[in-house]
Each structure stands twice: as structure tokens, then as C-alpha cells.
Design a protein around this ligand. Structure first.
Ligand code: PBG
Length: 328
């Protein structure tokens, strides 16, 4: 039936009805808050390009985690900024590594906070690349060894989930095997499966002090123009044992989120990355957009596209808004 019998506006005249027919509901359960932990004590360095985000030393990180948990967000994604870096990221595999230390401290105080550890070498190498350099480029198979060691060490420290973000071939299988051999068969892997070589990571690299000192990440991260390749990456990670597959960034890659969700019956995560966050913050600060509404619209779009899990620096702010809406 067409107009005038059908009138699409009929369901839009009343707010109760509009709520009834709302198709996508953002929930605090969907959100993961990324946090940056650094060496030292009493450190709370504001990250200039990411308002409201800080490099935190362990005891301040624990306090921040309490605030996150109190907001209703029950999962964090940890990134470490070590005191010393080295050539191959071995510092990330140490018992007293920065994320390992942070994890033990958080678990002691907030047992139920779910801790996801990003696994990558770029924050830990002197050159800022995600793996070991041989002949001027990241060597895939050598890097797999440090990634596996880092993962096992983080599991020993008590993280709940491992999230490899390096984009080496074969790393999910290698990490799964290493975790299983160390009896961590219950620890899931959330793979950054379709991770693009994106300019949206700019602010993060200030935050994590992880910008490459030479070249770029184009030999390991994906070309943002490619979609079929993303599907192949996801397929391979699933075959290697990924429990959750991730698309990153989110906003400019919602077609990939949708494709991954429809082609694979898998839980899908999307990473609303630093540059996406900073754009909303900067335009909000200038008064050019309604920051809170744009934030919720962006996060809802990511969910509507098919993401089950949204990793976002807006997590705590969004949780407070969602709670406000639910209490109305
Ligand atoms: C580490 C890593 C990066 C991000 C998450 N893990 C940076 C990169 O690949 O350069 C980016 C997150 C963000 O921009 O918020 N490899």
C-alpha cells in the first residue's frame, strides 16, 4: 500500500510510540573504555588531543577504574606506556611489565572489572613499529614470538581477555596455542581483524607514545579502500580461533562492520578510535555541534551497523547519558 493509505509519519507523532518502535538500543553493557597506564607515581598527564583522557600511573589508574565501574561500564581496554623501550618489545613480556603491574593492582581493588589487554609491540619498541624490524620492515614470524610471550605474561597477571592489534599474519593461531599450552584455554581472544592503516589513530599515538619513527604501518595494517580483503582477514582470524572479531576504526568503516556482521555469525566489536573521539570533542568545544547528541548518534550508528561491542573513549560519558535516558 502506498500513500495516502501508508503514511510513515503516523508512527512519529508521539514520543511513547517513537520509543516503542526504536530499533536500536545502546546499552552500557556494549561499552568498553580504553585507558592508558604509564610508569611512575602520581602521574596524571592530560592527553592534549583527547580531552578528558590521561596517561595514568598505576595508583591513579586504579582510581580511574573505580570511576569507570561506578558509571556502569564494566570493561576496560588497557594500553601501557613503559619507562624503557627496546628493539623488539620484550619489555612488554616481563612479569613486572606496566600492564601486568596495573592488572594486578586493579584486580586487587575492583575484582569484577573486566580487563582486556591490547597486545602489540608499538608502545614498547624504540622505533614505534608493531614488531621486530629485519631488513627495514616488521618481520612477521619473529614478531609472532613476542606477541605470544606478551599474551601469556598478561594472562598470568590476570587479564580477562587478549586483544591483538598488531595485524601480523598468523598471530591469532599462535597466541591461542601459546595460551592453551600455558593452561589459559578459558581466556578469549578479541582480534583486531580488520584494522586499517588509518589517519584517525593520530591522537592515540600521542597518548601511547607509539608513532613509528620511520615509515608507516602500510605493510601490515589494511588499505582503507579495501572491503573484500577485510572479509578475508576476518575469516582467517576466525579459522585461527578468534572468539570476537573487530573492525577498526568504526565511523568511516561502518560498511565493513555491517558486512562482517552479516557474513559471519560472530560477535563483532568496533573501535571508535581516538581521531573519531577527538573530532566530536573539538567541534563540541567550539560549539559547532551538540556534543552529547552527536556522541550518542555515532555510537548508536555503530551498533545499528552490527557491532555488539563498542570500544570508545566516550564510554563513561555515554554511560551517564544512557542512564539518564533510562531514568526519565
Ligand atoms: C596499537 C594500537 C593502535 C590503536 C589501538 N592499538 C595504534 C596504531 O595502530 O597505530 C589505535 C587506537 C585509537 O586510535 O584510538 N597498534
Amino acid at each position: 500500500m502506498a500513500f495516502p493509505e501508508t503514511r510513515m509519519r503516523r508512527l512519529r507523532y508521539n514520543s511513547v510510540l517513537r520509543d516503542m518502535v526504536t530499533e536500536t538500543h545502546l546499552s552500557v553493557d556494549d561499552l568498553v573504555m580504553p585507558l592508558f597506564v604509564c610508569a611512575g607515581t602520581n602521574v596524571r598527564n592530560p592527553i592534549g588531543s583527547m580531552p578528558g583522557n590521561y596517561q595514568l600511573s598505576v595508583e591513579n589508574l586504579v582510581e580511574e577504574c573505580k570511576k569507570v565501574y561506578a558509571s556502569g561500564v564494566r570493561a576496560v581496554l588497557l594500553f601501557g606506556i613503559p619507562a624503557e623501550k627496546d628493539e623488539d618489545g620484550s619489555v612488554a613480556c616481563e612479569h613486572n611489565g606496566i600492564v601486568q603491574t596495573a592488572t594486578r593492582a586493579i584486580k586487587k581493588e575492583i575484582e569484577d572489572l573486566y580487563i582486556i589487554a591490547d597486545v602489540c609491540n608499538c608502545e614498547y619498541t624504540t622505533h614505534g613499529h608493531c614488531g621486530t624490524i629485519i631488513d627495514g620492515d616488521v618481520d612477521n614470524d619473529t614478531t609472532l614470538e613476542t606477541l605470544a610471550r606478551q599474551s601469556v605474561s598478561l594472562a598470568e597477571a590476570g587479564v580477562d581477555m587478549i586483544a591483538p592489534s598488531d595485524m601480523m599474519d598468523g598471530r591469532v593461531g599462535k597466541i591461542r596455542k601459546a595460551l592453551d599450552e600455558a593452561h589459559f584455554e578459558k581466556i578469549p581472544i578479541m582480534a583486531y581483524s580488520a584494522k586499517f592503516a588509518s589517519a584517525f589513530y593520530g591522537p592515540f599515538r600521542d597518548a601511547a607514545e607509539s608513532a613509528p619513527k620511520f615509515g608507516n604501518r602500510a605493510t601490515y595494517q589494511m588499505n582503507p579502500a579495501n572491503s573484500n580483503e577485510a572479509v578475508r582477514e576476518v575469516q582467517l582470524d576466525i579459522e585461527e580461533g578468534a572468539d570476537i572479531v573487530m573492525v577498526k576504526p568504526a565511523m568511516a568503516f561502518l560498511d565493513i562492520v555491517y558486512r562482517v556482521k552479516t557474513e559471519f555469525k560472530m560477535p563483532v566489536a568496533a573501535y571508535n578510535v581516538s581521531g573519531e573521539f577527538s573530532m566530536v570533542k573539538a567541534t563540541g568545544e567550539k560549539g559547532w555541534i551538540d556534543e552529547a547528541r552527536v556522541m550518542i548518534e555515532v555510537l548508536t550508528s555503530i551498533k545499528r551497523a552490527g557491532a555488539d561491542i563498542i570500544i570508545t573513549y566516550h564510554a563513561v560519558e555515554a554511560a551517564n547519558i544512557i542512564k539518564g535516558i533510562n531514568e526519565q
